[in-house]
Design a protein around this ligand. Sequence first.
Ligand SMILES: [Fe+2]
Length: 544
Amino acid sequence: MHAPVTFVKPAEANRSAGAVMVDGCNRGGMAEEARRQPVGDVLEFAAETVDAADVRRNPPWQILIVDDDHEVHAITRVVLGEMTFEERPVRFLSAYTARQARSLLAENPGIAAILLDVVMETDDAGLKLVRHIREEMGNRQIRIILRTGQPGQAPERQVIAAYDINDYKAKSELTAQKLYTATVAALRSYQHIATIERGRQGLERVMEAAVHLAGLRSRSQFLAGLVGRASALVTNATTALLCGAGENGGVAILAEAGLPADPPAEAVADIAAALAAAPGDGQVRWGVRHGVAVLRGRDAAPLALCLLGGPFAEGDRPLLELLCTKAAVGLDNLRLYERLNEAQVATVHALGKLAEYKDEVTGDHVKRLGRWATAIARELHARGDFPQELDDWFCDTIGLASVLHDVGKVGIPDAILRKPGRLDEAEMAVMRDHASIGGSILRDACGGDRRGYLSMGAEIAESHHEKFDGSGYPRGLVGDAIPLAGRIVAVADVFDALLHRRPYKKAWDIAEVLDLLRAESGRHFDPRVVDAFLAVLTREGAGV
Ligand SMILES: [Fe+2]
């Protein structure tokens, strides 16, 4: 069974006289039969019903005939029409000029071979088409068999050396058997090149997927990314499911991509077998309509990646296996990252509590401060301000990192820290040390990690008392020299401190606090940060 082959001839019969194409055993009968075909009509070569799945499994080889002689097309179809190679039939496309051939090549990227004439609309139209295919289209896979009726126009030695063609045949010497042999050799060669190319592209996609997944820091994004990449990797996959062990011995779907589909019974059995498989069993279970591969991390329960659809290509199996191996390593790394992150969060909370024990300030201040700082950072990010510094990580980190802003107060004597009333100048000088003490403690703790809660906390601790006009402490930094996180926390810290009662002062009215923020914009505070904060307050109110 094979696909119906349609053959559409151009309206204008453009026969070139005298070209003899087929010689030998087929000269009489087959060539004569071809001559009897009505020119300008559509010829249906196959009448049998075609199973769409069969076509997907055994898609026809596409062969492009380019020749200005209609007879050559007809004879070629007669000679090669019934041929199959690797259980796949052939399908012909016809072009009568190099110009038509360019269009067909652009529309049909899967053409395996061209039977190409040289002299058509110009004496070298076929040769120019070869250049176009190889150099402009960049198509190195397609096999080109040059067939010329005027070898004088294109001498074999010169043409084979100068043009990237794969075979050269003079029409006068081309028997049906030789044409058949040349075509089979071309298809075999194309198949090998296509297999290597598919493998190369598949490996490239697996490596890209591994790099992409390795950059993800969220488990849900990782699992969704994995099934998305897997369904794009495997030929004709319609659905990808990532499964883990569910309750009561069942299977739980953790992520899915593609068309919604319940796995058929055989696939469910293979998923269960993959989840129960002993360590070391990394085999891919391959059915007609499904494939199941195992992801086995270092100290985690195995997961099963199931692909539905098909028919799958021969090279899909090792690619899926490789993707799962890479993804398992990625999941291990993600698990380590999550543990590290949890440890950092716990450390931040512990340090924050430590500072609370020393200070009169309640934990509520720290929580509100974190929420305000996050809201300001997100507002600035949404406005496109500070594009070099502000990203999702910054916005996700500043809330918790701001918990650490006053951690240096652990180094300030209680007599000063808890003194009711105003501090004198000498006491104030000691109090100011909390900024650099906090920075120093946290810098030591973060151990050179520049993208963590502790490193941002260090930055905030040592810069949250700097002022935009340079009159702050400990270093008297000016404007953008003050770390952005410190400029944001400065606004949020003063705002919340004024709005709430402290042992040494009453709570200010919101209007008074807003007046102060506006008055200090450009002096104490970065005006862009104040603007963003006022926008947040207008939108959300001050009662956070
Ligand atoms: Fe402070």
